[in-house]
Ligand binder design. Structure first.
Ligand SMILES: Cc1ncc(COP(=O)(O)O)c(C=O)c1O
Length: 356
């Protein structure tokens, strides 16, 4: 059956009249603006922020779409990808009726957003080597399954997901297939954005929070069909991306070369961390990573986590997460941070006489 976006959409969203902001009606930059109840005198700060920003981030999308090789109409920008995740639930999932399919272990916000929106979560665990179980995913789905979230490279395991499994699901899953590529810049894997023309049910998410080093600005990207992007734009808060973020990122896009250099350095540091971890006799497993972190299995992970905190070294404790028992997730730091971490971990291992 051909994919029909309208049948996935919540009926009241189909009929929704969106808020029209003052800046929707006139897009020129010159003029006397007496339409939005702003402060005409300027701002309390040195730099002026007294005018509302472009609600659709047009200039930013034009430049970004050149780098990403997609049409600007296929780009949605959110206050972090977390905003796009939440909007997907609000657009497509009827609370108390619809469901989404999640593939643990995976990024935690999919489930939190589902819970906030009172949407059933159906979980189909990954395999022991963190790959998909495509047939089980289809078995778990029914006509109320609106979204499947696939994270590749996956958080917290770090591996990339087999492309042929994603293609299979794009062809067979009844709802939207979201491919979350938050960590794609650290991987040799091509983005799924090139497949947007072939799969109207595909939505690809990326973020400026990782490789671009702009986590604090909060800017996430979603790439999809013009129809899907129009729906997200219709229901988003009118000025969801601040002017400061739009301007800063527009400038940052000119510095793609610097991003590439940072990625190179982070990947070299990931290799360094892996090499050093391998020297510690109590480290049981280092999962192969295509991201800017390593998932590491070691004895008494909960205790090691606490001991590291005592030394003011904070890692992510994943010991209670499905398939990640006794695992800590270590973000790649600078050389001196990585050295300090390894030294502290080696010290804890020795003191506690850790053994595999
Ligand atoms: C897989 C994945 N998706 C999305 C996000 C959220 O990104 P953002 O900072 O753009 O909200 C994260 C953050 O850690 C993540 O790991």
């Amino acid at each position: 059956m051909p994919f029909d976006l309208n049948s996935l959409l919540r009926p009241h969203i189909k009929d929704l009249k969106p808020y029209t902001s003052a800046r929707d009606e006139y897009s020129g930059k010159e003029g006397i603006f007496l339409d939005a109840n702003e402060n005409p005198l300027g701002s309390v700060t040195i730099e002026n922020f007294n005018r509302y920003p472009d609600p659709y981030q047009t200039s930013l999308k034009v430049e970004l779409s050149k780098i990403k090789e997609v049409d600007p109409k296929q780009v949605f920008l959110g206050n972090g990808s977390d905003e796009a995740i939440d909007l997907l639930f609000r657009a497509f999932c009827n609370p108390g009726k619809d469901n989404v399919i999640l593939l643990p272990p995976t990024y935690g916000m999919y489930e939190v957003s589902a819970n906030i929106n009172d949407v059933e979560v159906r979980k189909v665990s990954l395999t022991a080597d963190f790959q998909l179980q495509p047939l089980k995913i289809l078995e778990a789905a029914d006509h109320n399954s609106k979204i499947l979230f696939i994270c590749s490279p996956n958080n917290p395991s770090g591996n990339k997901v087999k492309r042929e499994d994603i293609y299979f699901l794009l062809r067979n899953f009844p709802g939207l297939v979201v491919v979350d590529e938050a960590y794609i810049d650290f991987s040799d894997e091509p983005s799924f954005t090139t497949e947007l023309k072939n799969y109207p049910n595909l939505l690809v998410m990326q973020t400026f929070s990782k490789a671009w080093g702009l986590a604090s600005l909060r800017l996430g990207m979603a790439f999809g069909s013009e129809e899907i992007i129009r729906i997200l734009n219709k229901i988003k808060p009118p000025y969801n991306i601040s002017g400061l973020t739009q301007d800063t990122v527009l400038h940052a896009l000119k510095d793609k070369g610097k991003v590439d250099l940072m990625i190179k350095e982070i990947l070299a540091e990931r290799d360094f961390l892996e090499l050093e971890l391998k020297k510690l006799p109590f480290v049981e497993k280092i999962h192969p990573s295509h991201a800017n972190f390593l998932l590491v299995k070691l004895p008494h992970a909960n205790q090691v986590y606490e001991d590291l905190i005592k030394e003011k070294i904070i890692v992510r404790n994943r010991a209670k997460v499905t398939l990640c028992e006794d695992c800590l997730r270590i973000s790649v730091g600078t050389r001196s941070e990585n050295e300090a971490f390894i030294e502290a971990l080696a010290g804890i291992g020795k003191l506690k006489n850790l053994k595999i």
